[in-house]
Design a protein around this ligand. Structure first.
Ligand code: ATP
Length: 255
């Protein structure tokens, strides 16, 4: 049987800012339906990579192909099929959540039911609120809802849970899992290893612009152990997060 083409294929991508090699010759592929994580410390080049894939930033060299489209050659075609999480500053201050989604959908020439999208992220009861009136977790959820206005086959989520409380973080994980179950591909960046283990089918670990490891999370752990890695054993049947969630519940608390 013919191998399905990767929905993302990147070959020897490079991007420098002056002397700084932000992305230094990376290559990887993501297959359709995968949740793929790019992990790495601050400044590793994750956002630059994602922005090149979104057609928002031009690489110096290398090729990025999304769903068979060369991003450099036809960024508009790519933008039609992907969901991009905007920075919160990009939202209109004077419009309600429903109005913002309607405006965004009209940019894609799409008819949407904004309330359905808001329900997806449990914000339908804030439909008439302004973006600036939302809590941090609600803003993050709204920005995820906004990525869905064009019913994308591929979602880019750049640090979707940074700054969220444990309940809101878990809720975001459920959303990502739902996107996967709907057959969408998700590429996310994160600083949280627990998040990557929970969500990602495969991860690429980036450092100084290069991919230093790429595999399934469990395979990366096995490979570390097979190299003789050991750490002091501690058996924790629960941790502080479990205590926190036990005391404060798992329901969203940012209303
Ligand atoms: P973080 O986890 O902090 O978001 P990151 O892995 O996403 O980091 P990038 O934002 O891609 O990293 O940045 C990679 C490097 O390129 C950093 O050293 C950053 O300072 C630099 N950089 C990014 N954008 C620019 C720019 N427009 N001009 C100059 N340098 C930049």
């Amino acid at each position: 049987m013919e191998q399905p083409e990767n929905i993302i294929q990147v070959h020897d991508l490079r991007k420098s800012y002056g002397d700084l090699k932000a992305v230094d010759g990376i290559s990887f592929g993501v297959s359709a339906g995968e949740v793929f994580g790019i992990l790495g410390p601050n400044g590793a080049g994750k956002t630059t990579t994602v922005e090149i894939l979104e057609g928002m930033r031009a690489p110096d060299s290398g090729i990025a192909v999304v769903n068979g489209i060369d991003v450099q050659k036809d960024p508009r075609a790519v933008k039609k099929i992907i969901g991009i999480q905007l920075q919160s500053s990009a939202f209109f201050d004077r419009l309600s959540l429903v109005e913002i989604l309607d405006v965004m959908a009209s940019l894609y020439h799409r008819q949407i039911d904004a309330l359905v999208l808001l329900r997806d992220v449990e914000l339908d009861d804030r439909a008439d609120a302004l973006f600036k009136e939302l809590s941090g977790g609600q803003k993050q959820r709204f920005s995820v809802a906004s990525t869905l206005v064009n019913d994308p086959i591929l979602l880019f989520l750049d640090e979707p849970t940074t700054g969220l409380d444990p309940q809101a973080r878990r809720h975001m994980w459920e959303l990502v899992q739902r996107f996967k179950s709907e057959g969408r591909t998700v590429l996310l960046t994160t600083h949280y290893m627990e998040e990557a283990e929970e969500l990602c089918d495969r991860v690429a670990i980036m450092d100084h612009g290069k991919i230093v490891a790429m595999d399934r999370p469990a395979a990366l752990v096995d490979s570390l152990l097979s190299r003789g890695f050991q750490k002091e054993r501690t058996e924790n049947l629960a941790n502080l997060e479990d205590v926190f969630l036990d005391l404060t519940g798992r329901a969203l608390r940012d209303e």
